[in-house]
Design a protein around this ligand. Structure first.
Ligand code: HOZ
Length: 426
């Protein structure tokens, strides 16, 4: 029973386009109305009708400790009394910069912004300004937020809603975006051999998380690093999802490949609107006020968001945290594998640490063209079956399932056992 949610959705449609403030929340591809949430704690969320769910969306990634963690809430409460925005530097921002730089191998200097979109957009501008080149390479099905030049062949809501390219992005804005297949090092090599001197940057999700979860193929990240060095191209890892998720230092720590620039978001905000981009000092020094590449923001480094992010990072730095996330991710994967096998359905499972995906496809899924072969209608039935049993999953085949520290083994086992039931019914 989700009558209140339905009512709120109907009313929201009168004042908000599509009733939602981000298209991925609209549940369009799973053929049902969105759930309106009222509160959340730990691994649980409650909707406007009072229904309780065990949540595997985690606000699309940030809530790695679970919802409303006490450590973050306490830090935020303390900061609220001191002021919520100054438009001036604070010691809190220094602490955040130190924390990010200590954790993320590529980051010598970092600039805070308010969203992942801002972070990637600014990183591209910086790479262009630094190299004096205009083109950049991105990969099909990777999503880097919704700035014009990056909104080409993008994952996330665009593949969910079947929007290949969006009106409003001019030919000019997208003219210097070169799109290649993910995990295809030869395509990158051939492209750079042809136009390498015009390419400012290669940007990618080192673990793709916006076309489902697609891990990097063996040697792909190392190969990109070597090619970028050869052609003087800035390598940008978009770690908005994977940063502080697949290891404290993100995918670059997990796979041992260091990019020139890194973009971050989600987890570093502790549930508040935060993004960041950072990297080599020499490149970062091109930013204003030191250099000519302009980028700015009134709420950048907002003190409330910074204390939230710092409190969350402090929790993640405690010993054993990433082993525990790995263990929980592995438990989820094992349970889902057993469920798939028992039900005899065609599904291909991927997982990196605490992010996972069940593609309703034969697989292997290594790029967008293989991910796109998934049976999205079957996913919709799976999603709805899980929802009815009290489990929230991303309302799209092409998103990640996130496990976090608040999930108990019992939560995970209940989820995989419900998945078994639903899969048998498909
Ligand atoms: N990266 C998120 C989903 N893949 C974005 C969420 C949103 O667009 O609201």
């Amino acid at each position: 029973m989700r009558e209140k949610s339905q009512e709120l959705f109907a009313q929201s449609n009168r004042f908000i386009p599509g009733g939602v403030n981000s298209p991925v929340r609209a549940f369009k591809s799973v053929g049902t109305d969105p759930i309106f949430y009222e509160r959340a704690k730990g691994s649980h969320v409650w909707d406007a009708d009072g229904n309780e769910y065990i949540d595997f969306v985690a606000s699309w990634g940030p809530m790695i400790l679970g919802h409303a963690p006490d450590a973050v809430l306490d830090a935020v409460r303390e900061q609220l009394d001191k002021g919520t925005s100054f438009g001036a530097p604070t010691e809190i921002e220094l602490k955040m910069a130190e924390a990010v730089s200590a954790a993320v191998p590529s980051v010598e200097e970092v600039r805070m912004v308010s969203s992942g979109t801002e972070a990637t957009m600014s990183a591209i501008r910086l790479a262009r300004g630094y190299t004096g080149r205009e083109k950049f390479i991105k990969f099909d099905g990777n999503y880097h937020g919704h700035s014009d030049a990056l909104l080409v062949a993008a994952g996330s809501g665009l593949v969910t809603l079947g929007i290949p390219s969006t009106p409003g992005v001019t030919k000019g804005a997208a003219a210097d975006t070169v799109v290649l297949p993910y995990n295809d090092l030869e395509a990158v090599r051939a492209t750079l051999a042809e136009i390498g001197e015009q390419v400012a940057a290669i940007i990618l999700e080192p673990v793709a998380g916006n076309m489902g979860v697609v891990p990097p193929a063996e040697g792909f990240l190392e190969g990109l690093r070597a090619l970028c060095d050869e052609y003087g191209v800035v390598l940008i890892f978009d770690e908005v999802i994977s940063g502080f998720r697949v290891a404290l230092g993100g995918a670059q720590e997990r796979y041992g490949v260091t990019p020139d620039l890194t973009t971050l978001g989600k987890i570093i905000g502790g549930g508040f609107p935060v993004g960041a981009f950072g990297g080599k000092r020499e490149i970062m020094q091109s930013l204003a006020p030191m250099g000519p590449v302009y980028q700015a923001g009134t709420l950048s480094g907002n003190p409330v968001a910074m204390v939230a992010g710092l409190a969350l990072i402090a929790e993640l730095k405690k010993p054993g945290v990433y082993d525990e996330l790995e263990r929980k991710g592995a438990r989820l994967e094992a349970g889902l594998r057993a469920a798939v096998e028992a039900a005899g359905v065609e599904a291909y499972l991927t997982r990196v640490g605490s992010m996972a995906c069940m593609f309703f496809a034969k697989g292997p899924v290594t790029d967008w063209s293989s991910a796109a072969k998934s049976d999205t209608e079957r996913y919709a039935r799976y999603f709805n079956g899980m929802l009815e049993r009290g489990f929230t999953l991303a309302p799209s085949q092409f998103e990640a399932t996130f496990v976090g520290l608040a999930h108990t083994d019992a939560d995970i086992d209940a989820m995989t056992s419900a998945a078994g039931e639903v899969l048998r019914s498909l």
